[in-house]
Design a protein around this ligand. Structure first.
Ligand code: FE2
Length: 351
């Protein structure tokens, strides 16, 4: 990387940290592991210092992939968990934790402890051009927060599609997640970039059918669906996975390989609001280059997910995020999205 690219990153990280309202004298912890983007470590340390923060860098050993059920953990080596629990004390002293680890500390048990101590936490994984292209905006935040407010006022969420999806769930008093790409509030986590809202419906309330259609996306496979797959959901769990094609076979096999009944639970549900995020971007990058927050955020997608729910003390590592196109989403019978187009006036972006 040449000098212009690194000064470009330095400027970009400064803009991002200003959005996070980083103040002189605040403590910033930069967390990385071997495999993290070295230029992001430098850009984070430099940008935070330039804004007058007191900065330290924490390097963790590399850990094995969390989404592979049949990995030999002993051979894969690197016990990040114990390193992180040792370091958690230091991280709790920080006002802002910059998480540059390869998969993010999103599901680490220590995350709650760090946020609980008041630190704001920001995950940065995606390549530089994605950080640029989907750079957060205050208007995106406004729309994401409005979406969360609407969810908070609603009782029922229903999602349908011409492909055959018809799923309902109870969202009254349900935990909400907002992501708009930066964080300026004590104890709040975000992921740069992103633009989505999610809810963890009441346990056992999710009911109906989800049909993944051609062009819908499955994480962690980082793959577009090429042959339809039907999930039959009763009382919050997937009871059947139907379909003749490779995608249905892959999904059935992946779920089964965890040997964990909790893998089949449904998890968070929500929709994407970022008009700068591209559905087709997944086709353009190598799998190892991205974590895929852009294809999770694209404007008007509905994201169905399965597996963990920390609010229900369910910590299965089998976690799938499945952004779907062309869905219609209702909150208490009021349409919010129609066939993939946002129709709620306060969330629409004119493109
Ligand atoms: Fe997820």
């Amino acid at each position: 990387m040449g000098p212009s690219a690194s000064s470009d990153l330095f400027q970009l990280f400064q803009r991002e940290f200003r959005l996070c309202r980083l103040e002189p004298g605040e403590v910033v912890a930069v967390v990385s592991e071997s495999g993290s983007r070295a230029e992001y470590v430098e850009a984070s340390l430099g940008a935070a210092q330039a804004l007058g923060a007191r900065v330290f860098h924490l390097g963790l050993p590399k850990t094995h992939r969390q989404d592979v059920p049949f990995i030999d953990e002993a051979r894969a080596g690197g016990n990040r968990q114990s390193a992180l629990s040792t370091a958690v004390k230091a991280l709790k002293e920080a006002n802002l934790v910059i998480d540059l680890t390869v998969e993010g500390l999103i599901h680490a048990p220590e995350r709650g402890e760090i946020l609980g101590a008041g630190a704001r936490m920001l995950t940065i994984i995606e390549p530089p051009d994605v950080l640029h292209r989907c750079f957060p905006r205050e208007d995106l935040r406004r729309r994401v927060e409005r979406a969360a407010q609407l969810l908070g006022e609603s009782t029922t969420l229903r999602v349908t599609s011409d492909a055959g999806t018809d799923l309902t769930m109870t969202v009254a008093q349900a935990p909400l997640v907002t992501q708009y790409g930066y964080t300026d509030q004590r104890g709040r986590w975000d992921h740069w970039p992103s633009g989505l809202v999610a809810v963890y419906p009441q346990e056992g309330s999710t009911q109906g059918t989800v049909v993944l259609d051609v062009g819908d996306i499955v994480f962690p496979f980082k793959r577009y669906i090429e042959s339809p797959v039907e999930f039959v959901v009763r009382q919050g769990y997937i009871r059947e996975i139907n379909g003749q094609g490779l995608d249905a076979d892959l999904l059935r096999d992946y779920f089964a390989s965890w040997r964990d009944p909790e893998a089949y639970a449904t998890s968070h549900m929500g929709w994407g609001l970022d008009e700068t995020a591209r559905w087709n971007s997944l086709a353009l990058y190598d799998k190892g280059e991205i974590i895929g927050v852009e294809p999770r955020s694209f404007y008007g997608n509905f994201m169905f997910s399965t597996g963990p729910n920390r609010y229900a003390n369910r910590f299965t590592r089998c976690h799938l995020d499945m952004p779907m196109r062309r869905c219609t989403v209702y909150l208490d019978d009021r349409p919010i999205i129609e066939r993939g187009e946002i129709v709620h006036p306060e969330m629409i972006v004119t493109r």
